[in-house]
Design a protein around this ligand. Structure first.
Ligand SMILES: Nc1ncnc2c1ncn2[C@@H]1O[C@H](COP(=O)(O)OP(=O)(O)O)[C@@H](O)[C@H]1O
Ligand SMILES: [Mg+2]
Length: 270
């Protein structure tokens, strides 16, 4: 039977080499992948396995040394600033350290206004923009009224991460790369963040890609898991296949690092 799923992001031979000569590091080494619309994907690997480098290439923040990336089956072209901005309407990211994602000189309302403008809302009357920002803040349990005139660094870590999600709510990208989005916050906020991302997925039809060292998280949230070791995908398949019946010793090791794989992500206990 033909595969009827729609491709959202794919890549062939994606490679990133940093440095030259003796200082050469191959951070990502000829990876191939097909991510489909609506599928929840996790890319799992230990620290240094190349996850963030891959995420940056997918986002177009750094160029692959080799290989091609396709968006919805078409070779990606981000050769000009204008094309890059178009591409970023489709794909967005949240990173481990939300603080590093913000320009520290910009206040929270201008961070959110930028998102509205990116979606073509520059010409809207100001009160409509405020309404949109209020709605986005409400979605992540923040109060817009209390945030105007504040800077992101005046928020707690959990609040900063929620502000990141409010941005995503406004930007409505088709793909969201979430690179260790919960590893710097406490368990309770972690569950809330995951819950919000899942809700966004349902509401705006976004395809989330979780990038994590935490195979327990991957098991809890994803349909499809890619295991990354030293820049290569060594195993992939459904979460059940890969995590309940791992083939690679590396995958088994990742699993044994998580003693309570079934319990840790049981949100009912949080
Ligand atoms: N800008 C860079 N310059 C040189 N080496 C880098 C750079 N970014 C990452 N690396 C190296 O690439 C490898 C993969 O790093 P990274 O993608 O951050 O892994 P992960 O996100 O899985 O922890 C590491 O060996 C890291 O030191
Ligand atoms: Mg990383």
């Amino acid at each position: 039977m033909a595969d009827e799923r729609k491709l959202c992001l794919s890549g062939t031979g994606i490679t990133k080499v940093f440095g030259i000569g003796r200082n050469k590091t191959t951070a990502v080494n000829h990876v191939d992948f097909n991510f489909y619309e609506g599928e929840i994907i996790s890319i799992v690997g230990e620290s240094g396995s190349g996850k963030t480098t891959l995420a940056k290439m997918l986002l177009g923040l750094i160029n692959p040394t080799e290989g091609e990336i396709y968006f919805q089956g078409v070779k990606r072209d981000i050769s000009s600033h204008r094309k890059k901005k178009e591409y970023w309407k489709n794909i967005q990211a949240i990173f481990q350290d939300p603080f590093s994602s913000y320009n520290i000189f910009r206040k929270i309302d201008s961070v959110l206004l930028d998102c509205i403008h990116m979606r073509g809302g520059r010409g809207l009357p100001y009160d409509q923009k405020v309404e949109l920002m209020t709605e986005a803040c409400r979605f992540v349990n923040l109060k817009f009224d209390e945030l105007t005139n504040k800077y992101p660094f005046e928020l707690s870590g959990g609040q900063q991460q929620r502000l990141m999600i409010a941005r995503i709510f406004l930007l409505k990208p088709q793909i969201l790369l979430a690179d260790e989005p919960t590893s710097m916050i406490d368990a309770c906020s972690r569950a809330t963040i995951l819950d919000m991302l899942m809700q966004l997925r349902d509401e705006i039809g976004m395809t989330p890609i979780f990038i994590t060292h935490d195979i327990g998280l991957a098991y809890y949230v994803s349909d499809t898991v890619y295991i990354m070791e030293k820049g290569e995908f060594v195993e992939k398949g459904s979460a059940d296949e890969v995590i309940l019946h791992p083939k690679e010793p590396y995958t088994r090791r990742l699993i044994s690092d998580v003693p309570k794989i079934y319990e840790e992500w049981d949100l009912s206990t949080v």
